[in-house]
Design a protein around this ligand. Structure first.
Ligand code: FAD
Length: 426
C-alpha cells in the first residue's frame, strides 16, 4: 500500500494541472512543492488557447475574477519602434479563446495550486523532493524541508507513480542524464518588474511587445496596477564577456532601444533584476518505469513566443489523464500510452521549435515587417496556441518559414528598418 497514487514534484502550472485532473478522477494525488507560495516566477504572458485547458480544469471563473490584464495580441517592433507587426488574436480566433491574460505568476500559480487542493489533491509546500527512486507501482521519495514549520526535517513518501513537474530544475531528467541542449539556443535572460511607464491606449493596453534589439530581444508585458515585466534575452557568450552586474546589463540594454527606453521613461524598477541562464533544453525520454515528465521538467525551448505555461498546462493535464485512466483500472500505464504521450509532447514542441529557429535568423524581422496578409491568420492562430492547424494553414506557415530562409540569399522581402534599427537580435 503506497501513501498516494501519484506524487507530483512541483506545484507550478504543470504540477497543479496534473494534480487537479488526478484528484477530480478520484485518485490520491500529492503535490510536493519546495517553495512557500506565493513565490515570484518569470513567465507572465499566457496564450489564448491555454484557456481551453483552464476550462477543462474548471478554474476559468477564478482566473477571470483575479482581474489580470487582458491580452488581445502581440506586437513585434523594431528597436526604434518605427516598424511594427501586430498580431491580433481577436481578429483570427473565435471567442471565448481569442484573448489571454498577463498574469503575475505568484498569484496565478497560487490560484492554480489552491484549485488543485480544492479538487482534493494533497499539497505539501515547503518540502523538496531530494531523492526519488522509481519503479512502476513502487516509487519512493525522500523529502527535505520544514513544511513551513521552522525546524528542518526529512520525511518519506511512497507513490504508485511520479510526475516530475519540477520546472527548470528538471529533477529526474538531470538525475537520469537525459537533458540535452541545443548549442544554438544558449541564451541568458535578465528581467525585472517596473512601476509606471507607457502603455498602448485603449483595449490593446495589455498586449505583449517584443522588440528586436541590438544583440538581444526584449519583452514588455503590462501587468496590473501599472506594473510591467521587462526582460532582455541575449546570447550566453555575450553575457559571459560583459563583466557587469545583471542590473547594470539590463539598464544598459534598455538604453540601447529607443522604443523601450521611451516606454520606460519615468518608470521605476520595483523588483530585483533576475537572471536565468541556459534555460533551453529537452529530455531525451519523457517517461519510464514509474515516472513521467511534464512542463519545463520535460522540455523548454525559448521564451520568445510565450509558450511555456501553455505547454505546462497541456502536458500536466495530459499526464494526469493518462495516469488516471491507467491507475484506476489497477494497472500501470501501457508502453503504448506512454509512447503516445511522448509523441504528442514532441509534436507540440517541434512546431514551436521550428518557428524559434526562424526567429533567430537575421532576416526574420525583415520578413515580418513586410506585411503579407496571407500569413496573418495562420501566424495569429499558431501564436495563440492552435496546434491542430488545418493542412492549408500549415502549408502557409511552411511558406513563411521558407521565405525567411530564402530571404538570406534572395532579397524577396527587403528589410524596411532604418540602418540604425536594422540590428541583429540574436
Ligand atoms: C526568460 C523566460 C521568460 C519566460 N516568459 C514566459 C511567458 O511570457 N509566458 C509563458 O507562458 N512562459 C514563459 N516562460 C516559461 C515559463 O516560465 C515556464 O514554461 C513555466 O513556468 C513552466 O511551468 P512548470 O509548471 O513546468 O514549471 P514551474 O512553473 O517552474 O514550476 C516548477 C515548480 O517546481 C518546484 N520545484 C523544483 N524542484 C523541486 C523539488 N526538488 N521538489 C519540490 N518542488 C520543486 C519549483 O519551486 C516550482 O514552483 C519563460 C521562461 C523564461 C526562462
Amino acid at each position: 500500500m503506497t501513501d498516494c497514487d501519484v506524487a507530483i514534484i512541483g506545484g507550478g502550472p504543470a504540477g497543479a494541472a496534473a494534480a487537479t485532473v488526478l484528484a477530480r478522477e478520484g485518485l490520491a494525488a500529492t503535490v510536493i512543492e519546495r517553495e512557500r507560495f506565493p513565490r515570484f516566477h518569470v513567465g507572465e504572458s499566457l496564450l489564448p488557447l491555454g484557456g481551453e485547458v483552464l476550462d477543462r480544469l474548471g478554474v476559468t471563473a477564478k482566473v477571470a475574477a483575479a482581474g489580470f490584464v487582458p491580452k488581445y495580441g502581440a506586437w513585434f517592433l523594431s528597436n526604434d519602434g518605427a516598424c511594427e507587426s501586430p498580431v491580433d488574436f481577436e481578429q483570427f480566433l473565435p471567442p471565448p479563446h481569442n484573448r489571454a491574460f498577463q498574469v503575475e505568476r505568484a498569484d496565478f500559480d497560487q490560484l492554480l495550486l489552491d484549485h488543485a487542493a480544492e479538487a482534493g489533491a494533497e499539497v505539501l509546500t515547503g518540502w523538496s523532493a531530494a531523492e526519488v527512486t522509481c519503479a512502476a507501482g513502487d516509487c519512493r521519495l525522500a523529502l527535505t524541508g520544514d513544511g513551513g514549520e521552522g525546524a528542518r526535517g526529512r520525511r518519506q513518501l511512497s507513490a504508485r507513480w511520479v510526475v516530475d513537474a519540477s520546472g527548470q530544475s528538471s529533477l529526474l531528467a538531470r538525475r537520469l542524464g537525459l537533458r540535452t541542449s541545443d548549442p544554438a539556443l544558449r541564451k541568458v535572460a535578465h528581467f525585472a518588474h517596473y512601476q509606471g511607464g507607457r502603455r498602448r491606449p485603449g483595449k490593446r493596453e495589455g498586449d505583449i511587445s517584443l522588440v528586436f534589439g541590438r544583440g538581444c530581444w526584449f519583452w514588455h508585458i503590462p501587468l496590473r496596477r501599472g506594473r510591467a515585466s521587462v526582460g532582455c534575452v541575449i546570447d550566453h557568450e555575450r553575457w559571459k564577456a560583459a563583466e557587469v552586474s545583471a542590473e547594470e546589463f539590463l539598464a544598459a540594454a534598455v538604453a540601447t532601444s529607443p522604443w523601450l527606453a521611451a516606454w520606460l521613461a519615468g518608470a521605476e524598477r520595483v523588483t530585483p533584476t533576475y537572471t536565468l541562464a541556459d534555460f533551453s533544453y529537452s529530455a531525451r525520454r519523457l517517461a519510464g518505469d514509474g515516472w513521467l515528465l511534464a512542463g519545463d521538467a520535460a522540455a523548454f525551448l525559448d521564451p520568445i513566443f510565450s509558450t511555456g505555461v501553455f505547454l505546462a498546462l497541456r502536458s500536466g493535464e495530459a499526464a494526469g489523464l493518462l495516469l488516471a485512466r491507467a491507475l484506476r483500472s489497477g494497472r500501470p500505464p501501457s508502453a503504448a500510452a506512454l509512447a503516445a504521450y511522448e509523441r504528442r509532447f514532441r509534436g507540440w514542441t517541434r512546431s514551436y521549435f521550428r518557428m524559434i529557429r526562424a526567429f533567430y535568423r537575421p532576416q526574420f524581422p525583415g520578413v515580418l515587417f513586410n506585411p503579407v496578409p496571407l500569413f496573418f491568420g495562420p501566424i495569429a492562430r499558431f501564436l495563440a496556441g492552435r496546434l491542430d492547424l488545418p493542412w492549408r494553414e500549415r502549408l502557409i506557415l511552411e511558406l513563411f518559414l521558407g521565405v525567411v530562409r530564402l530571404n538570406r540569399y534572395l532579397p524577396i522581402a527587403p528589410d524596411p528598418r532604418s540602418p540604425e534599427a536594422a540590428v541583429y537580435h540574436g
